[in-house]
Design a protein around this ligand. Structure first.
Ligand code: RIB
Length: 340
């Protein structure tokens, strides 16, 4: 570089060409979509400025494909489509495209997709809501830059998560405060870290009750799906000692509970109070509107990409955690708090 002469940067090229830096980056490394006329403008600006990629630009050039992978367990669940929207909006803004993979809560499919993503050379991967163990995830991901969303990573890289145990405690204590005498938790699928943490939070809250029947009897298996909540509720409500409060581990199951109760002629919340988890948009459309625990899927997806972007450019799988606070959203599916 000649002494005293300012170095032309990728930002100068973007300014002269009138495009985003990420567009110049895509032209340099020939990855991702750039319209022909835009590409021509960028190349003219490079010529005019005699642009030579600096170390930073070369860092951008090092991207293999300009794309990232996002693995979710249930693309039909609005919580995960919110995560996908947030991650994709953040990725597009930085000139990346996003490949969405759906494992349908199947462990073998999680492994299959992670193996495909690793071999297809995406620049990085966001793993959301998986059930695989951390060691299995690390084995499948290999050396790919990655971030996990919806679980707190303990042995591996960076994570974006919300404290599920605290969220479950809030949900259960709310049902207690409204006078429910028999509360049951319909849990999420086995091996789901968020489902396990919610079970723990529920049992922690219930153990505070002096006259507590066997805690395990208050747990009912579920699967995070609408049908799972519906059939679990039919079974519980047709039993000899039905609950008067149900905390479902996610909103889709809670909506199934409401529909099952109403099919049996029960009134919500008078006969049965119901709390869900996620605060998906649908939870405020159903009638009665659902009391739930909010975890902001869109923002979690956005944060997931932003952390991954830093990792891809710093080339270190640094340990960054971003935690979102769970909050109780009270609506008409639960009774008003009893004033003692
Ligand atoms: O609704 C699906 C659930 O699975 C969410 O609560 C999320 O935490 C995921 O783990």
């Amino acid at each position: 570089m000649e002494s005293g002469r300012a170095v032309t940067t990728i930002r100068d090229v973007a300014r002269v060409a009138g495009v985003a830096v990420s567009t110049v980056s895509r032209v340099i490394n020939q990855s991702g979509y750039v319209a022909k006329d835009t590409e021509a403008k960028v190349k003219v600006a490079m010529e005019q400025l005699n642009f030579q990629p600096s170390g930073i630009a070369r860092g951008l050039i090092s991207r293999k494909t300009g794309s990232i992978g996002l693995l979710v367990p249930d693309v039909a669940n609005p919580f995960f489509s919110d995560i996908a929207r947030g991650a994709e909006d953040a990725a597009i803004a930085e000139g990346f495209s996003l490949f969405l993979c759906n494992s349908d809560w199947q462990l073998d499919r999680e492994r299959m997709y992670l193996d495909i993503l690793r071999r297809r050379w995406v620049d990085g991967v966001i793993v959301a809501g998986t059930r695989s163990s951390e060691s299995d995830l690390l084995e499948c991901i290999g050396s790919l830059p990655f971030v996990v969303v919806d679980r707190k990573a303990t042995q591996m890289g960076s994570s974006v998560w919300s404290n599920n145990e605290v969220g479950a405690l809030l949900a259960t204590e709310h049902l207690m405060s409204t006078g429910c005498q028999k509360i049951v938790h319909i849990a999420g699928p086995e091996q789901s870290p968020s489902a396990t943490a919610r079970k723990t939070g529920f049992l922690r809250a219930m153990s505070q009750r002096p006259s507590q029947s066997a805690l395990q009897s208050l747990l009912f298996p579920g699967d995070f799906r609408y049908e799972g909540g519906y059939h679990a509720a039919l079974s519980l409500l047709n039993s000899s000692a039905p609950p008067d409060g149900i905390f479902a581990a996610n909103d889709l199951m809670a909506i199934g509970v409401i529909q099952a109760a109403e099919s049996l002629g029960l009134h919500i919340p008078q006969d049965l109070a119901v709390v869900g988890y996620d605060n998906i948009a649908m939870s405020s459309y159903v009638s009665p509107r659902l009391t739930t625990i909010d975890q902001p899927g869109y923002k979690m997806g956005q944060a997931g990409f932003e952390i991954l972007f830093q990792i891809m450019h710093s080339k270190t799988q640094n340990l960054t955690d971003q935690e979102f606070e769970p909050t109780l959203i009270v609506r008409e599916s639960t009774r008003s708090i009893l004033l003692h």
